[in-house]
Structure formats: C-alpha cells, structure tokens
Design a protein around this ligand. Structure first.
Ligand code: PMP
Length: 396
C-alpha cells in the first residue's frame, strides 16, 4: 500500500534552510528560520538553562514516567507566567498539561476542541503561522481566516477584523496571537485587545491564545496583558504556550496547553478530557525541558538570570529594528520602512515582491521566506551593511 503514496511538498521554510546550508557564498545571510541568533549568528544555550541542567544532573534520581499532565510544578509556573495572580487561577478554573512544544500544545488543543464541539470552525489570522492550519485540520476541524494584516498600510486591518469576527457564532474558536505575531510582527495594542475581549464575551465564541513568544515583545508581563484582560472577560478560553524561544529550549520540545473553564467543577471534567487526549497521542510528555524550566523558576537567582538573558534577546531584536531603518537611510533607500519599528518579536514582512526576494537570494545569497518575512535576529554587525546595500540595489 505504501507504493500508492504521493509525495508531500516540504515546508518552504525547510526547503529554504536546506538551500542556505548548501550555498557556498561566505557572505550568505539567513533571514528565514524562526530561531533567535546572537551577534555571532549562533543559537546558544542560555546560562540559566546550563545551570538548571547541572542541578538536574546532580539531583536526578529516576527516569520513571511522569503523569499525562507532565510536570506539575512546571504547569503551575507556566500558568503564573501567563496569568499572574489572576482570578482564573485563584478560583481553580484552569487546568494545564505540559506538552511536546507549543506545536504539541496546539495539536492537543485541536483534539480537545474536537471533543468539545466536533463542528467547531477555528478562525485564524490572515496570514498566520502556516502550521496552525495543518494542525487544526489534522484534528478534523474546519479552519477559516479572518482579516488581520494589511499589506497596504503594513499595519492591522482592525476594523475589518472586528466586523468579520462579529459574525463568528458561539461554539467556534478564534485563535489570536498573544504577542509577536508570526509572520507579520503586528500585534493588537491593549485597547484593541479590550475590544476583542468584549466581542468574544458578547458573541460567545471561544478564544484560543497562542503564546509562543512571551517576553520577546515588550516584556514578560506586558506580553500577557491582553490575554489577562481576555481572561477577565470570558468564561472559557484556551492557551497554548511554548518555551522554545523564551527559554531557548527549541529541541527539548516544551510547551503547555491550558484550558480555562467557567467553574472549577467543569475544570475537573475538562482535565479528564484533556488527559484522555494526551493519552491517545503520546501518553506522557518528555520531562527534561519542563524540569529545566521548573528549576529556573523555582530559584530566585536563576529566574533573575533568565530575565536578564531574555532581555538581551528582546533588546537585540528591537535595536536591530531601528538599525535596519538607519542603515536603509544611509544607503539612500527612500521607501518607508518605519513600520518595522512598530512591530514586535522575531519577524516582520519587508513587503518586497517575489522578484526582489529572488534577486536577494540569487545575487546576494540573502535568504527569506517567499512572503518577504524576515527573521530579524539573523542580522548582526557583520552582515547588516551587506544586507542594507543589497536591499538598496534590488529596490532601485
Ligand atoms: N505558535 C507559533 C505562532 C509559532 O511561531 C511557533 C513556532 N514557530 C509555535 C507555535 C510552536 O513552537 P514550538 O517550537 O514550541 O513547537
């Protein structure tokens, strides 16, 4: 039966990564991959992680299974990081399972939604992280897009978004990015979060917040402001978190799915459904990443170190957002790229066309996704001038 299989096209980002790897040009620049890189172009292990791992190595006395919900201490930490001292936690309205990455969290959330409402449509931003669509479709859910990014103004289509979401029926799910929207970098401001939260409450659709970049936008607390306001307003919501970026734990595959229900009795039922979903996919999550995060957040010293290291990553990206503008001006580029400094997180769309993207790759070995999404931390002091100069040439 395998001989009937048709090849599945590979994800364009993976294809781009492979092409970059093979490119012999010593000046090549990778702006494709969504992984934080430092000034040396390296994705280093954070010091707080190294220290937590050393502690783990010393103290680990068993490799027996952890439960289906994963590491309970991690779950409690991740809830507090997201919700702070929120009433939903104090009143026992949240249940959390740690998952293999944010992707695992979304996949489990998709199956959970399918059990809660098999006919639910999941609404995602246009555009969104491409895997969102596959993840929800894989659970048999319908996925539709709502207006979000405005290619003309390089901002948000907020009015259109609100108009379209006003038509979403109760029982559907609306996915919203907590911060650092992937791929556009364009986030809702707090006022817009409030309006979105009131709409969710009025219309009765269920929000699903995807938080893959907490701490990469404005700060740990600031990046969860919108989601906390949303939790003030609605009875039910879902949250998918990831520790890939903010703890640099990409390959450890560590994330969490949290379900907020209207009362603690429903939380118990939701928990049993959630754990049944987990059991039928991977039974129990890998423990290592969760234990590292727990060790960091259990210790005041390691937490302070983590905050520092996270701030270094965040500030480097934000500094480069400004530097891009300055270098473009120095190269005599007259087009307006000021939107780059209004966006947050790893990504922005440059808004250049396919031919220009192709020229950057072929003539200059500068790699970015076909949508013109660039991963800002791929820039550093050794390549920013080269990049700005190449941009000036293709924009002529
Ligand atoms: N959501 C979004 C919006 C993302 O960009 C990503 C990572 N690219 C994820 C979820 C999943 O992250 P993880 O690597 O933890 O699976």
């Amino acid at each position: 039966m395998f001989s009937h299989l048709q090849p599945t096209p590979i994800d364009p980002i993976l294809g781009l990564m492979a092409a970059y790897k093979e490119d012999p040009n010593p000046l090549k620049v990778d702006l494709g991959v969504g992984v934080y890189k430092d000034e040396q172009g390296h994705t280093a292990v954070l010091d707080c992680v190294k220290k937590a791992e050393a502690l783990r190595l010393k103290n680990e006395d068993s490799k027996t299974y952890i439960g289906m919900a994963g590491d309970l201490s991690f779950n409690s930490h991740i809830e507090k990081l997201a919700f702070g001292q929120h009433k939903v936690l104090l009143s026992g309205r949240v249940t959390t399972a740690h998952t293999p990455g944010g992707t695992g969290a979304l996949r489990v959330a998709a199956e959970f939604i399918k059990k809660a409402n098999p006919d639910a449509t999941v609404w995602v931003t246009n555009p969104t992280w491409a895997n969102h669509i596959s993840l929800f479709q894989a659970a048999g859910l319908t996925v539709k897009e709502y207006a979000y990014y405005d290619w003309e103004t390089k901002g948000l289509k907020f009015d259109a978004m609100m108009t379209e979401l006003a038509q979403v029926p109760a029982g559907d799910v609306v996915l919203v990015h907590a911060c650092c929207h992937n791929p556009s970098g364009m986030d809702l401001n707090f006022e817009q979060w409030k309006q979105f939260a009131h709409l969710a409450k009025d219309k009765g659709f269920t929000p699903l917040v995807d938080m893959a970049y907490q701490g990469f936008g404005l700060g740990l607390e600031e990046d969860s402001q919108g989601l906390r306001y949303l939790a003030d307003q609605v009875d039910e919501m879902l949250l998918c978190s990831s520790c890939s970026k903010n703890f640099g734990l990409y390959r450890e595959r560590i994330g969490a799915v949290s379900i907020v229900t209207a009362d603690s009795k429903t939380t118990d039922i939701a928990k049993s459904v959630l754990l049944a979903v987990v059991r039928s996919i991977y039974s129990m999550p890998p423990a290592h990443g969760a234990i590292i995060v727990s060790h960091i957040l259990d210790s005041q010293e390691l937490t302070a170190l983590w905050h520092q290291e996270l701030a270094v990553m965040r500030n480097r990206i934000n500094d480069y957002r400004q530097l891009i503008i300055d270098k473009f001006a120095a190269e005599g580029i007259t087009q307006d790229f000021s939107f780059i400094t209004k966006q947050h997180g790893m990504f922005s769309f440059l808004g250049i066309n396919k031919e220009q993207i192709e020229r950057l790759r072929k003539e200059f070995s500068i790699y970015m996704v076909g949508s013109s999404r660039v991963s800002i931390s791929g820039l550093n002091h050794s390549n920013i001038d080269y990049f700005a100069n190449a941009m000036a040439q293709v924009l002529k």
